[in-house]
Design a protein around this ligand. Structure first.
Ligand code: DX5
Ligand code: ZN
Length: 223
């Protein structure tokens, strides 16, 4: 399994986003946290900034929508040209329709679960999903501590994905660091968002290489 590292620009300097994207040329994708003061108690950026960022970097964008009414807003992000759009289970009212709309607009469809949301009710949706995001902190802020209580859900989700036989990426977001990434990989994750662990490092590109190597090692140890 190839391990992918997605730096989160939430921990970057918002006044210099193009430069911050250029500091991580070895990123697989860039993770963009869209927050609206409603679904989460924080506010970040929206479609106009995403459109500017699309023109400023060749790295594909992974938009994580932590917003109310994702059914209303998600398709526009896909239409703008981002590579992946993730909606939250707790906010979507018509997830099947919205996931299909995201794909129809040419993006990968992502589906996110907050720490307390179980995966089992969504098993029948796996065919609609290109990436499952399991939050390992409560969504809203960078720099929070990794929640180990999500590890059993990562294992159960990996089993479901393998049984489904699809090519669904299993993404982890929140508190991913050199201390925690190996246990996530060992539990079955293959795609890792890291904000403070990358942009808080003196050399963000080197931090990505280190995280990727640790994730790869976490899997090999298990073989
Ligand atoms: C939090 C965001 C994360 C955030 C992670 O709600 O979804 O993407 O940037 O930040 P770290 O890696 O610092 O926990
Ligand atoms: Zn995120």
């Amino acid at each position: 399994m190839a391990m992918q590292i997605f730096p989160s620009i939430l921990s970057a300097d918002f006044a210099r986003l193009a430069d911050e994207a250029a500091r991580v040329p070895n990123a697989d994708w860039l993770h963009v946290d869209v927050m609206d003061y409603h679904f989460v108690p924080n506010l970040t950026l929206g479609l106009p900034v995403v459109e500017s960022l699309l023109k400023s970097t060749g790295t594909p964008l992974d938009c994580h929508l932590m917003i109310a009414e994702p059914d209303r807003w998600a398709p526009a992000y896909a239409e703008a040209g981002v590579g992946s759009v993730t909606i939250h289970a707790e906010a979507a009212r018509a997830p099947v329709r919205t996931l299909r709309e995201i794909r129809k607009q040419g993006a990968r469809s992502g589906f996110a679960l907050s720490p307390a949301t179980p995966i089992e009710p969504y098993e029948d949706l796996l065919g609609e999903i290109d990436m499952l995001l399991l939050m390992t902190v409560e969504p809203g802020f960078g720099g929070q501590s990794f929640l180990d209580l999500v590890l059993p859900k990562i294992r159960r989700t990996r089993e479901l994905i393998d049984r489904h036989g699809g090519e669904i990426w299993l993404q982890i977001d929140g508190g991913v660091s050199e201390e925690t990434i190996e246990r996530c990989a060992e539990a079955g994750a293959d795609t890792f968002v890291a904000g403070s662990a990358v942009y808080g490092a003196a050399d963000p590109a080197a931090a990505i290489d280190k995280l990727r190597a640790l994730a790869q090692g976490g899997v090999q140890d298990d073989v």
